[in-house]
Design a protein around this ligand. Structure first.
Ligand code: NAD
Ligand code: UD2
Length: 309
């Protein structure tokens, strides 16, 4: 039986990955500090170590006996990386290095590693759809740390022989993305508020676009990256290739809710990216995976899961 460690496994995306691995009969261990993740996001009986991924001894112990590591633990808030540069760096960069370091052959816990990067590494690049070869110019410390993870992953492979693969997530949405945080994903915020008849705020003119990927598809990208050969430290976009404006998104959710959203427009957020859409062809050819759940269906499932609670 294959044994995996999922760091950040109590979080939004990580917990859906845990569900998928358990459903396939894999043995799963989770390392999570429960800072934004919730214990109840994973089934009772799951082996959960509550600890800090930025602490090397904790990571070393958590990796004992595993065949592979899905590294998702991070402070996923761009805003937090503005407010607490060194604190988010410690988690997002040192945490990743701890995983790569402990995965080295001969380090006692040799394992394959799939880690999560972000479209934030591209910054505000107008050459959309963005392929993995596009220029990398992160606008935030969050994006810089994700790019750092990619660079350290390449060192792990080339200097230490660690099999690694990276997945650059664009905008992931779906059940369990916590709408409580003002920095949560726009879809979780809009679905939560519109379903309750509350107004929403759009920062800017609403014509900014994003490439949204439903969380079940995101999990399929992670699983395919773990199963893929890792001769090179490759990074793959996890994107649909389709961009949608925030205005269009709001009206789609309004249609599902059966009520037009009440919208307040405010100034753009500092560093907000204007247009974002990825080129999905490398993951399609290299991993045999592509987005299968269109935004309309993903929004319906997200809405139904929230209203069902
Ligand atoms: P999330 O906050 O739900 O998940 C992060 C998890 O990591 C949480 O369970 C949290 O408790 C845990 N964590 C945070 N700091 C930790 C630490 N020091 N030690 C151990 N655990 C810690 O957010 P998410 O959206 O599920 O993000 C998962 C990964 O995907 C992150 O690496 C994030 O940067 C990346 N990502 C997400 C998106 C998106 O659209 N949601 C986009 C790009 C990249
Ligand atoms: C997402 C990720 C970030 C990073 C990035 C990479 C989240 C929360 N953030 O940032 O981690 O990986 O993608 O591309 O998943 N908006 C509104 N009203 C609201 C909330 C948001 O108008 O109430 C706008 C916001 O100004 C932005 C767009 O919606 O233009 C998307 O915002 P987001 O926070 O969901 O995601 P993003 O792309 O900033």
């Amino acid at each position: 039986m294959t044994r995996y460690l999922v760091t950040g496994g109590c979080g939004f995306i990580g917990s859906h990955l845990v569900d998928s691995l358990l459903a396939d009969g894999c043995e799963v261990r989770v390392l999570d500090d429960l800072s934004t993740g919730r214990r109840e996001n994973v089934p009772d009986g799951t082996d959960v170590i509550v600890g800090d991924v930025a602490d090397r001894d904790t990571v070393e112990a958590a990796m004992d006996g595993v065949d592979g590591v899905f590294h998702l633990a991070a402070i996923a808030s761009v805003q937090k990386s503005v407010e607490d540069w060194t604190g988010t760096h410690r988690v997002n960069q040192t945490g990743a290095i701890n995983v790569f370091d402990c995965a080295r052959p001969g380090a006692g816990n040799a394992a394959s590693v799939v880690y999560v990067s972000s479209a934030a590494v591209y910054g505000d690049n107008p050459d959309i759809p963005l392929s993995e070869e596009a220029s990398l110019a992160p606008l935030t410390a969050y994006g810089a740390d994700k790019l750092g993870c990619e660079l350290h992953a390449a060192v792990a492979r080339r200097a230490h022989g660690v099999p690694v693969a990276g997945v650059r997530f664009f905008n992931i949405y779906g059940p369990r993305q916590d709408p409580a945080s003002p920095y949560s994903g726009v879809i979780s915020i809009f679905v939560n508020r519109i379903s309750r008849g509350q107004g929403i705020t759009i920062f800017g003119d609403g014509e900014q676009t994003r490439d949204f990927v439903y969380v079940a598809d995101a999990v399929r990208f992670l699983r395919a990256a773990m199963d893929a050969p890792k001769a090179e430290p490759t990074v793959y976009n996890a994107c649909s290739g389709r961009q949608i404006s925030i205005n269009r998104l709001a009206s789609l959710i309004g249609e599902i809710a059966g009520r037009p959203p009440e919208i307040t427009y405010e100034d753009s957020r500092p560093g907000d990216i204007r247009y974002s859409a990825g080129d999905p062809s490398l993951a399609r050819s290299g991993l045999g995976v592509q987005v299968e759940i269109p935004i309309e269906e993903g929004l319906r499932q997200t809405f139904d899961s929230l209203v069902a609670v």
